[in-house]
Ligand binder design. Sequence first.
Ligand SMILES: N[C@@H](CCC(=O)N[C@@H](CS)C(=O)NCC(=O)O)C(=O)O
Length: 210
Amino acid sequence: MNPKALNMIDVYYAPTPNGIKIPIALEELGVPYRLIPVNLSTNEQKRPEFLQINPNGRIPAIVDPDGPDCEPISVFESGAILQYLAEKFGGLLPKNPRERIRAFEYLYFQIGGVGPMFGQAGWFMRQPEKVAVGIERYQNESRRLTAVLETRLQQSPWLAGDEFSIADIAHFGWLRVASYAGVDLKDYTAVQAWVQRIGERPAVQRALAR
Ligand SMILES: N[C@@H](CCC(=O)N[C@@H](CS)C(=O)NCC(=O)O)C(=O)O
């Protein structure tokens, strides 16, 4: 076996808005990794072996064979994984302390706001029973949160400031498929242009092609 393969980061993955964040970050950082597909339709993410890696039974998760003290470490929650990778490999986080804080603000805004709201909007929209109050609540909230991003991206090329960062990667996953949550990006031109710019990055294209 190729000895380098032994040190590869294992990425437990499905091609979803949260899943795609991790290969994008690893491609951007130039770190070798191995994708381990997790079949969500057969609930592989709830199996006991996988719960050892992510007790929350969701993707993404990683196992880095070369963690702190050279011991293996597993990491779950996409925000924590992005932060772990950025800090370990020294990229995708601005050095400028103010921009670094902005990167964390928009990262946590994605994990605590945009991700859950878009997910709920899409879920309610696709139920056989159409619960109007649920659809309206989560679509409106998704649109409101997108407007917050729009305001930021009208002022700044990237969410943290002048540098592309893990905050952009975190948001790209959902914003590229915003229509799933009933959000039409034609109403958010700066967000739309930012999604296009990210989609044109070679590392992002490599990750999306895997
Ligand atoms: N907050 C989590 C959310 C992860 C998440 O919702 N993953 C979805 C796929 S995008 C999943 O695994 N769904 C399967 C399930 O809920 O059982 C993160 O950011 O990692």
